[in-house]
Design a protein around this ligand. Sequence first.
Ligand SMILES: [Zn+2]
Length: 227
Amino acid sequence: MTKRVLVIAAHPDDETYGMGGTIARHVRQGDQVTVMIMTDGVTARHTVTAPQEAAALKACAILGVEDVRFGRLADQRLDALPLLDLIRPISAVINELGAQIVYTHHRGDANQDHRAIFAATLVAIRPTSACPVEQAYSYEVASSTEWGAPFAETAFVPTHFVEITATLEDKLRAAAAYAETHQSEVRPFPHPRSIEATRIYAWQRGVNVGVPAAEAFVSIRQIVKEV
Ligand SMILES: [Zn+2]
């Protein structure tokens, strides 16, 4: 059965590094996938935002996603916004789509924008009878989740693994699209955002659960109506 899926990302490229293989799998099985990117991703460093959006559209097209939304908020400044200013656009898109599955950031990430997105998502998916969300997950992002503060309460402890053996090459091609930005988001190996590291991370999550390649998630909530 077709599912309505929303992927929320703080920055252009988080969706691909975090869960590009899973996005491609949703699309391949006929699900309706929307990617919502909340900030421009670059203005903490420079002002050239257009190539970042172009790269996001190209990467998402490689993954099979046509519905890409841009919040265009300021990069690395979400912690200065009232949380309500993040909750409102996320709630609006959840309701517009009738999103059944929502993917968001991990609350323990090193990046403060990621943490703000997690907090806003948690409010936007509160399980009232009017909320369409049945499943919500946090994904990990290379060079943010593993660089988080080393405390138990911020640890990423995955509970949900999606095999991406069949879509790993699509993920790597999508990640490569981000090399064409004003300042490349793809870094040389051994940076976690190198293409080589992206493959290694997928292999690592795969071998965690006995498959060649996977992406890992923390389940925030799953509402089971039939067992
Ligand atoms: Zn990010």
